[in-house]
Design a binder for this molecule. Structure first.
Ligand SMILES: [Cu+2]
Length: 176
């Protein structure tokens, strides 16, 4: 096969792969999300290391971008984070821009105060922290663990903010 043919095949493969990934994202209504449509606020209970997924480096059992939380523009987002403590690794949470490459540790919050304490050392098993911010700009952001090496190992998921959304929703690419 010539080069043009190969490039065309690879491109087709990429298109098909992204299409399959897109249609595989199922909407779920998790118990860890509470919506107050009157106050335009959403509360997320985010567990670091919720199960064994991705070597326990996950949020609510999802890593490597398997979970996408979608929030309408202008809503208040409250995050109650807990390190569930599987494998006894420390974990933290910060909302960052989807930068390339991902930070080895830490991370610059995309919204003011959108991060837990002990961002790099991480919260220990059983420790909790909360933060709240207004999703006042559109875009695709990441839930990101700031502990050294965790984010690049896949401890991240998506947070999308859009004005098209009328209510918060959660989509996952893998059933648990
Ligand atoms: Cu972590």
């Amino acid at each position: 096969m010539n080069t043009v043919g190969r490039v065309a095949l690879v491109s087709l493969g990429l298109v098909l792969t992204s299409w399959l990934l897109a249609v595989r994202a199922d909407e779920i209504t998790p118990a860890w999300m509470t919506v107050d449509a009157v106050k335009r606020s959403v509360r997320l209970l985010i567990a670091g290391s919720a199960d064994g997924t991705n070597g326990t480096m996950n949020f609510n059992g999802y890593g490597q971008g398997e979970m996408s939380v979608n929030v309408p523009l202008g809503w208040t987002v409250r995050v109650d984070f807990e390190n569930k403590g599987l494998a006894a690794l420390p974990h933290s949470l910060v909302i960052i821009n989807p930068v390339t490459p991902l930070p080895i540790e830490g991370g610059v919050p995309a919204f003011p105060r959108a991060l837990t304490v002990k961002l790099v050392p991480g919260l220990l098993a059983g420790e909790t922290d909360s933060f709240e911010f207004v999703a006042d700009k559109e875009g695709r952001f990441l839930f990101f663990c700031g502990v050294t090496g965790h984010g690049v190992a896949g401890m991240w998921d998506y947070l999308s903010v859009s004005k098209e959304a009328t209510l918060p929703s959660v989509h996952v690419t893998r059933k648990r």
